[in-house]
Write a protein that binds this ligand. Structure first.
Ligand SMILES: C[S@@+](CC[C@H](N)C(=O)[O-])C[C@H]1O[C@@H](n2cnc3c(N)ncnc32)[C@H](O)[C@@H]1O
Length: 217
């Protein structure tokens, strides 16, 4: 049952998220946290039995993190990598069981290695496609390289931006980093409506860099 306190918490979270969006719209990328409906699809791979290692990129206020914690129920390892120190601090206080690190997503392999975790079983991304650099090593390759061979990666995108050149480029790079990439149905209850790419079976990674300012497809 939703209580008055729950509604107050949710309103505070939305206000906090909106504040961060106004402060840094490019990095935060959305004016509101993702919905539970979107979280259900993004977190679908976190259902395996055992002790999965879950890497979460760009957790923000924890829209996906809360569901990961529910699904893990004290099992496995949940490492969350968030660039915004204020949001990372909030997440730490809210979910003490999560190992929250203030860092860029590209640090994921080093952070896993530092903890002696080897590869991740699942990586969930709350990052905007805009956070994926267009020069240097591809972040999709870095993520694929951080997974175990049977690992899974989920990335959401807003439907309205799906056919924009940056999203098309990132989708292509995603398909080059994984043998299988499947798009979900549209999640209309999310604001804005979104869809999720589920990628499995990381392939050999390390694609050539593209020069800065390279034309998008
Ligand atoms: C669209 S919000 C998503 C937040 C949350 N996952 C959700 O769905 O509500 C993107 C988040 O990614 C974080 N972020 C952006 N670039 C990042 C990067 N390079 N590495 C780690 N986090 C990043 C932002 O600070 C923000 O919290």
């Amino acid at each position: 049952m939703t209580t008055r306190v729950d509604r107050g918490d949710a309103a505070a979270e939305r206000a906090r998220f909106l504040g961060e969006f106004l402060r840094d719209p490019a990095r935060t990328a959305a004016p509101a946290p993702s919905s539970r409906a979107l979280a259900e699809i993004v977190c679908a791979p976190v259902s395996a039995p055992g002790d999965p290692v879950v890497g979460e990129l760009g957790p923000g206020t924890g829209a996906f993190s809360a569901l990961v914690q529910e699904r893990l129920g004290g099992r496995g390892y949940h490492l969350a990598v968030e660039l915004n120190p204020r949001l990372a601090g909030l997440l730490c206080r809210r979910h003490p069981a999560i190992d929250v690190v203030v860092a860029g997503a590209a640090e994921l392999p080093a952070l896993l290695a530092e903890r002696g975790l080897g590869g991740a079983d699942v990586v969930l991304s709350g990052l905007p496609w805009a956070a994926y650099p267009v020069t240097g090593p591809r972040l999709t390759d870095v993520i694929a390289g951080s997974l175990r061979p049977d690992g899974a990666f989920t990335q959401f995108t807003y439907v309205w931006s799906r056919w924009a050149p940056p999203a098309r480029r990132q989708h292509r790079w995603l398909r080059e980093a994984f043998e299988e990439v499947v798009a979900s149905r549209t999640i209309w209850p999310n604001l804005p409506p979104a869809l999720v790419y589920l990628a499995r079976r990381p392939t050999a990674v390390g694609h050539a860099e593209e020069p800065a300012g390279a034309r998008l497809p």
